[in-house]
Design a protein around this ligand. Structure first.
Ligand code: SAM
Length: 218
């Protein structure tokens, strides 16, 4: 049943949204999104929308997760940092695609729940509780960094923790309803390319370089 719903999500939402990376589409067709949402929302797990996961936080819309993985060019063997573990879904996707995944979450309750869920489902993801605006220096450098919350500016620590050739995909903006999803690619030690991918609406990234409080956000 959920396999059919995933197939439909891939065809009706992701392919239509322009996602073409076969590795991303295949992983979206495998990872059971219903296991990452509260039981009461399981029936809506494959809807084309973000869903509440408690603590004022959300699991991102499937097309946005797919877009971020595609834009970050996640490939087997990549070292990936997922900032804002939330439910663990995006981290599970990257792990399913063959990456070595570290994930960091500031909310201890969400982090513990995601750690248990990922383990129970068999995804090998190292979940750390902490401020993702600082990255995860002990596991750097990363081939890809995915940030699932909006920052007012690109945190320097995240740029610095990219490997040469590494990609950082992050929503950037100061308004809560609309931010720019950007991809920063590290060309050399000091050179970075920066492209605008899409306009998005994420919850805020909280931290030293983040927003002053945790309320609101999409
Ligand atoms: N990727 C998640 C998923 O698949 O369920 C969705 C993440 S949700 C949109 C954003 C998450 O970022 C929330 O769980 C929030 O607690 C977390 N967050 C916000 N600021 C953070 C920070 N500075 N460091 C780490 N996590 C943070």
């Amino acid at each position: 049943m959920s396999e059919a719903l995933r197939r439909r999500m891939v065809e009706d939402q992701l392919v239509r949204a322009g996602i073409s990376d076969r590795r991303v589409l295949d992983a979206m067709g495998r990872v059971p999104r219903e296991a990452f949402v509260p039981d009461a929302l399981a029936a809506s797990a494959y809807a084309d929308s973000p869903l509440s996961i408690g603590g004022g936080q959300t699991i991102s819309q499937p097309a946005i997760v797919a877009l971020m993985l595609e834009a970050a060019r996640v490939a087997p063997g990549d070292r990936v940092l997922d900032v804002g573990t939330g439910s663990g879904y995006a981290a599970a996707m990257a792990a399913d695609m063959g990456a070595t995944v570290h994930s960091i979450e500031r909310d201890p309750d969400l982090a513990e729940a995601a750690r248990a869920r990922l383990k129970a489902l068999g995804y090998d993801v190292a979940v750390t509780i902490g401020d993702g605006t600082l990255g995860l220096a002990e596991a750097a450098p990363f081939d890809a960094i995915l940030v699932a919350a909006a920052a007012p500016a690109i945190p320097d620590s995240l740029r610095r923790q990219l490997a040469i050739g590494g990609r950082l995909v992050i929503p950037v903006g100061r308004t809560r309803q609309r931010q720019e999803l950007r991809r920063i690619t590290r060309r050399s030690a000091m050179e970075f390319d920066d492209v605008l991918l899409e306009l998005v609406a994420f919850v805020p990234l909280i931290g030293r370089e983040g927003w002053p409080d945790a309320s609101g956000g999409g």
